[in-house]
Design a protein around this ligand. Structure first.
Ligand code: NAD
Length: 438
């Protein structure tokens, strides 16, 4: 199949490269000229494990090309995917569809009859209808509009794309179903479940999935708070409930609250959809509140662990990206924590294995260390914010030797209290008994 991908970000580039790897001919388009020039010169715009190899291999085979020009990129594509950003609209939390609709208007000028337009971006229910209407207004007929929401996770994007739990296709006509079946045939042959639904249902399914995962995280975070009050261990509670097949073990890791480019904005957008439909979504509404409060409250844990006053204290921070294996800083829990530390007079020395460049755009007045031990040097406390693998195997004796105050605040429960204490560190985890309550 000939495929055009409008938007060459985390989703567009991964999807485009994987489709090319399936054997399709793909052109990834982006209006960010620097991104396309970089890709044409072999430079990846994002840090994602395995991406560079698959991009280069398919570019070398001539199956993956990059273009700044939508007209040139779309050419005679049988399917045009839209994978542009849909951030929260400033002020009200609605999904901002400006990028989607701008792309559709541009597309209208070049699209040929018979093409299937597919939204891969996460878009609110009814967006497919609006796209159809824009195309009609622009005089375009005989194209299908389908929804194919993406469920990949940054940090494991290639594996997720190639071995998805499911593929959801929302289509209103046979042509769209046929084209998408053909595009996903390699996965179909691998027995990946493909779920065909109506377009509006597919659009809502994506939001429901993210909202449910956000609920799960906030649920275990609240249980962690209870564990701290009643002297129980949330790690064991999570395991005890997670072994129940009806619950499952994933997304039951207590921590500093969820962040990233999806959950925060998608939960808000779902609430807006519900408001417009006149249906209250109390569980999701509460989840958003619980998570916002949690992220804001992490600074208190650090303050309590070092005696209350942050003024003039030095705090080492390990991990800035919103999760491991990505350089994505969007809505990262490190942001409210570090900003509050700085506001309250602390000096921050932070280290992240790959997100430094992105983080430098977010933080002013902090020191960027070149490794975990430098971040710990002379600090009154070391705080683990993102659970990169390399932070799981720190030499705790060396860390204790570098620290001025022997305090480890482990917001990801990477370490056991015993091993930290053996190294001479006071240990404050999340939800790990009364002593864990920093
Ligand atoms: P991103 O910001 O990394 O990439 C979007 C790209 O689209 C940018 O490079 C931008 O320059 C480009 N763009 C915008 N308007 C354009 C236009 N008119 N023509 C050409 N290019 C244009 O965003 P992302 O993280 O890849 O997310 C894209 C969509 O996928 C969002 O709706 C998001 O919610 C959804 N999604 C993201 C993830 C994820 O993990 N990042 C997972 C699933 C779904």
């Amino acid at each position: 199949m000939r495929i055009a991908m409008i938007g060459t970000g985390y989703v567009g580039l991964v999807s485009g490269a994987c489709f090319a790897d399936f054997g399709h001919s793909v052109c990834c388009i982006d209006k960010d000229a620097a991104k396309i020039d970089g890709l044409n010169a072999g430079r990846m715009p994002i840090w994602e494990p395995g991406l560079e190899a698959i991009v280069k291999a398919n570019a070398d085979r001539g199956r993956l090309t990059f273009s700044k020009e939508l007209g040139q990129g779309v050419g005679d594509a049988e399917a045009v995917f839209i994978a542009v950003g849909t951030p929260a609209r400033r002020g009200d939390g609605h999904a901002d569809l400006t990028y989607v609709f701008d792309a559709v208007r541009e597309l209208a000028k070049v699209i040929k009859p018979g093409t299937v337009v597919v939204t891969k971006s996460t878009v609110p229910v009814g967006t497919g209808d609006q796209i159809e209407q824009i195309l009609r207004e622009e005089g375009v007929t005989e194209v299908s509009v389908a929804s194919n929401p993406e469920f990949l996770r940054e940090g494991a994007a290639i594996a997720d794309f190639k071995h998805p739990d499911r593929i959801v296709v929302g289509a209103e006509d046979a042509r769209a179903r046929e084209v998408l079946t053909e595009i996903y045939r390699p996965l179909f042959l691998n027995r990946a479940p493909i779920l065909f639904t109506g377009r509006r249902t597919a659009e809502l399914t994506k939001y429901a999935a993210n909202a449910f995962l956000a609920v799960k995280i906030s649920f275990i975070n609240e249980i962690a708070d209870l564990c701290e009050a009643v002297d129980a261990d949330v790690q064991d509670v999570a395991r005890g409930i997670g072994l129940d097949n009806r619950i499952g073990p994933k997304f039951l890791h207590a921590g500093p609250g969820y962040g990233g480019s999806c959950f925060p904005k998608d939960t808000l957008a779902l609430l807006k959809t519900a408001d417009s439909a006149g249906v209250d979504q109390r569980i999701v509404r509460t989840t958003v509140q619980v998570n916002d409060d949690r992220k804001e409250s992490m600074v208190e844990r650090v303050a309590r662990a070092i005696g209350g006053n942050l003024e003039g204290k030095r705090v080492g921070v390990l991990g800035l990206a919103f999760k491991p294996n990505t350089d994505d800083m969007r809505e990262a829990p490190s942001i409210p924590l570090i900003k509050a530390l700085v506001e309250r007079g602390a000096e921050v020395s932070a280290f992240d294995p790959v997100a430094r460049e992105q983080a430098e755009r977010v933080f002013d007045g902090i020191h960027f260390a070149s490794d975990a031990y430098e971040a710990a040097a002379d600090a009154d406390a070391l705080v683990i914010v993102t659970e990169w693998d390399e932070f799981r195997a720190l030499d705790l004796d060396k860390i204790a030797g570098s620290l001025r105050g022997k305090v480890l605040v482990d917001l990801r429960n990477v370490y056991d209290r015993g091993e930290a204490e053996e190294a001479g560190l006071a240990y404050y985890g999340i939800g790990r008994g009364k002593l864990g309550h920093a």
